[in-house]
Design a protein around this ligand. Sequence first.
Ligand code: SF4
Ligand code: MSK
Length: 657
Amino acid sequence: MEKKVHSANPASEKLILLAEDQKIDTCFDRAAKMKPCPIGEIGACCKNCHMGPCRLVGKNAEEDARGVCGAQLPTVAARNLLRMIAAGTSAHSDHARGMAYTLLDVANGKAKDFKITDVRKLYRVAGYLEIEFEGRPINDVARDVATKVIEDFGRQMGGEINFAKRAPKKTLERWRKWGIVPRSIDREVVESMHRTNIGVDHDADHLLLQGLRTALADGWGGCMISTDITDILFGTPTPVRAEASYGIFKEDEVNLVVHGHEPLMAEILVDVVNEPEIVAYAKTKGAKGVNLGGMCCTANEVLMRHGIPTAGGFTNQELGIITGLIDLMTVDVQCIMPAIVEIAKKFHTKVVTTSEKAKIPGAQHIQFDEHRAKEVAREIVRMAIDNFPNRKAQGSHISDKFPVIGGFSHEYIEYMQGGTWRGSFRPLNDAIMAGRVRGVVGLAGCDNPRVQSTGLHKYLAIELIKNDVLIVSTGCGSAACGTSGYLQPEMALEHAGPGLREVCEAIGIPPILHLGSCVDNSRILTIASAMAAEGGLSDEIGGMPAVGIAPEWMSEKAIAIGCYFAASGVPVIFGGNSPVEASKEVTRIMTEVWMERFKGAFHFEPDPEKILALALDYIDKAREGLKLKKYEYGKFGTEKVLMDMAARREIRGHAGL
Ligand code: SF4
Ligand code: MSK
């Protein structure tokens, strides 16, 4: 029998085999042993009260089966999905709340180790919030910005979240028509939990509309707030060189890894690890210095702004420890496997939890406090240094690593297309209109041990760019591309179709743009809005030749993200089995009804070839709907990419616009 390959990353596979040899249990073993519950997996189980859990199974389950209270499958499947959205939204948004509070503390002089790094971005955000900034002290503007976004968490008595109006007018009108503009983040989450409580909302469509409202509170609320405030505090990313995979760990330095999602402590660590006293202390223990690396989305945050290397995404967290080279791993919130503590015991690695919200039995807890940030960070770095002499020979010191170019923010992509004063999305829109770029795909979401981990990302990344589709990636999608070498512009350009390659070379961008962490999916929303405003394509996000794909998703946060893209007008395709498969009605609403109302849809498709075909079909149909030039590989005329106005008018003429 052919041996199963667990990961498409050869370095990960080596570590998985080593773990098997040493009888170290990893998520790959547990995934093989623990099959998903076939009832829960498809959304047919309800445990919302203690008359259940009720399993709505059987031949004609959709028509006949009822829980003890009488709830039928569409209700149960929709309620389950809504709870996933609420949980995902609360995770991103609680992270955003922490960022907003920190900005307020900085403005009030209470978080002395932080500062406002990007004043230009502060003014830009103040502009969105209609806050006067000209001639005012920076801290006053920052205080007003923080206060106004904090209102978005708990606003009472109706209203709309502030950033909803950053969406194209037509997109916002659709939301208003269907009553899904979020009032406030916490309110939508609370209402979702209320409506899914036993005996409240039983109408699947009505439940799913609340799902979209909650998801929009995530995308245009929590995620967008988090991205913007992180940019204000630590700088809006610009392209930066980094490295990815396990080879980032150094034999002769203390390896300190930041894992999780929140950037606050990681940002302080970036400064602290290079302090002369810290380096001198490391030398007293036989190390040359302290090497800071990252994992998952905390990694993405500091990679985007400082070029801190990443060891990879979700499924690399246990394997990283098996290298035997991590002296200390800090974990804050989200996507942290508690199993790392058990694996760490087999090596010398210390695991330190740092958030007041998250503890893991067996891990040491050192609470991060933004009011004495450097002090806490230094304590952690010293602990890592003290652990360096305990490093053992066991493990596997893997040397594979790839160069990565990250740091593509909305602002930078705009700047690349015209410079500081003339930045726009015109060249990209023109390239799409001319058929050089067939469309755009957001490749995002987790990597997953239930499939060949990172393999679906790799397959889709290469096939899409071959087909002249520009990729914007985030989260562990970016990590999967980075640890495969695809975030090296030269390597990606080699694979890209001729039209995409020409455009990328003309603008000076790679075919796969690393946009940041999971919360930075909000950058895709604002880029799509800017493309709509630029003209020549759709005048709303819906109808653009754009698709969202999360082929290996596993987190509830991914479901919230998928839903906010669908509500914003983007067809979304997730890999794996559908968590609402039990209900044809719920599936119909999420695909057909959402398409009619919002020009977005949410599909689940386990077969990667079908994901690719569906994505390209959506893109081509959108092109047809916009009356753009039919996409043909290698055929896009001879005109230059960066065209003058007459040439652009000519193309619009051909396109019948
Ligand atoms: Fe069963 Fe209804 Fe209770 Fe769900 S809410 S567990 S379907 S009785
Ligand atoms: S970390 S949510 S595994 S993308 Fe943002 Fe990765 Fe998915 Fe977590």
